[in-house]
Design a protein around this ligand. Structure first.
Ligand SMILES: Cc1ncc(COP(=O)(O)O)c(C=O)c1O
Length: 458
């Protein structure tokens, strides 16, 4: 029986619960919360009581729901995550890497990978993905560069990469997984931004189908589920033990997962995999493609279009930095983007993005470009310039954890060991990590962001 059906049936039994959660499925809701959320939201929020299942050792309704999902995604095992892709990435690392194991990591990884390094004690070997200066974004993984790293590190245990990137750029996972197999290296793909791919081929081919061993997807980013619902899939071909993944998840996940979230995960997958859901998604993709065609016809406006997921609309305007464009969109048109960099702005769409919103974006971008709207130069500086720098690792993250640090002025930090995770968030890819040597380029970039100091190792 599905989680939803079970809860519906359970409600009819009218049991008298003396258990957590103490809101009693909405008998008590703090007035301010009730005003914001109503009572109904609480009605599915049970604990793991008699007859319900246990997320840390599923045997009943959660197991059935996860097995059904695994069939839909074509996985050996699928795990429901109530703590985001963050928990999936850490669990993927914890279940496959031991202290001292080498792991190759694409540098545009999310910061949860760093947290995984602290916890596992694995040794990172960084790989720089290709960088597109024109758009200010990382793009695909260069297969030759990857193979070169594998040749130098034949004892590496895993490769962790993001696909698609935050901005929607894709890598060739078929070829990457073949190279990984050749060197007996496990492929872990952070597909946090590709959760719709399984339900419409035109968006991208899921990494699981292309040969990845473990894939993590956020259902909340583009697939319309509540924050922070996500999935971890193990491929049928992978030599990964699902029991170890479960143990790793249990280390970092709450023992009180909300059934409201679990229902939402189950129902999101049910809808997306249904004929109705796929039609709904298809309509969204058509609307986005229509918008992109119109945007392409606007003079001075460019839309990123190089092997990418179209639902992430990356744009730039001639002679305007991404930061300036972002500020104009916000201040003049009330549009909040997902991310801006020095060159471009990312407008994220997903299954819940209405046509009305897309129309507004179209109208406002036409207005912005045809009226040549600018920000007054007195209040605006655009000298922020980031170029990715090869990291020089002095200490691995797990060794540095808990060591003493102090704040120093940036201008005196050259060649010191950084003790902070420095990333522009979003996209959250590290610029400097604890244990890495601070270079001239880091200092120049951080000064341009108006920072004046940095924590260093004493
Ligand atoms: C590429 C990437 N991976 C992982 C995550 C973490 O996902 P979650 O918010 O589901 O924990 C993010 C979040 O921004 C991300 O951008």
């Amino acid at each position: 029986m599905s989680i939803t059906n079970y809860i519906e049936r359970y409600r009819k039994n009218k049991r008298t619960l003396f258990t957590t959660p103490s809101h009693g499925q909405g008998d008590f809701v703090a007035p301010g919360t009730a005003k914001m959320l109503g009572h109904r939201f609480f009605s599915c929020d049970y604990s793991e009581i008699e007859g319900f299942d246990n997320l840390s050792n599923p045997r009943g309704i959660i197991k059935t729901a996860q097995d059904t999902a695994a069939d839909i995604y074509g996985a050996k095992s699928t795990f429901f995550l109530t703590n985001g892709s963050t928990s999936g990435i850490i669990a993927a690392m914890y279940s496959t890497l031991k202290r001292g194991d080498k792991v190759v990591i694409a540098r545009n990884c999310h910061k949860s990978v760093y947290n995984g390094l602290v916890l596992t004690g694995a040794v990172p070997i960084w790989l720089m993905p290709e960088y597109n200066e024109e758009w200010g974004i990382f793009e695909s993984i260069n297969i030759d560069a990857l193979e070169e790293i594998f040749l130098k590190n034949k004892d590496a245990k895993a490769f962790i990469m993001t696909n698609p990137t935050y901005e929607g750029a894709m890598s060739d996972i078929y070829r990457i997984s073949a190279v990984c197999r050749k060197y007996n290296i496990l492929l872990i793909v952070d597909e946090a931004h590709g959760a719709l791919w399984n339900f419409n081929k035109s968006l991208g081919t899921p990494s699981l189908i292309q040969g990845a061993d473990i894939v993590v997807q956020s259902l909340h980013k583009t697939a319309g589920a509540l924050n922070p619902s996500a999935l971890l899939h193990i491929s049928k071909e992978a030599s990964v033990n699902p029991k170890l993944v479960q143990q790793a998840l249990n280390l970092i996940t709450t023992t009180s997962p909300s059934y409201s979230l679990l229902v939402n995960i189950e129902e999101t997958i049910n809808f997306l995999s249904s004929a109705k859901g796929q039609l709904y998604l298809q309509e969204h993709i058509k609307s986005v493609n229509r918008l992109i065609r119109t945007l392409r016809s606007i003079p001075n406006l460019q839309v990123y279009n190089y092997n990418n997921d179209v639902t992430k609309i990356l744009i730039k305007v001639t002679n305007m930095s991404g930061y300036e464009l972002s500020d104009i969109l916000f201040d003049r048109y009330g549009i909040e983007d997902e991310m801006a960099n020095e060159k471009s702005v990312l407008l994220l769409t997903g299954i819940g993005t209405t046509r009305t919103k897309l129309k507004k974006l179209e109208k406002d971008l036409i207005d912005l470009c045809s009226n040549n709207i600018k920000i007054s130069q007195e209040t605006y500086t655009t000298d922020r310039h980031f170029t990715p720098v090869e990291p020089r690792v002095r200490y691995i993250p797990s060794v540095l954890w808990g060591k003493m640090s102090k704040e120093v002025e940036l201008k005196f930090s050259l060649a010191r060991v950084c003790m902070e995770l420095i990333a522009d968030y979003p996209p959250g890819a590290p610029i400097l990590l604890p244990g890495e040597v601070i270079k001239k380029e880091h200092i120049e970039y951080l000064l341009s962001t108006n920072r004046t100091s940095i924590r260093v190792l004493i």
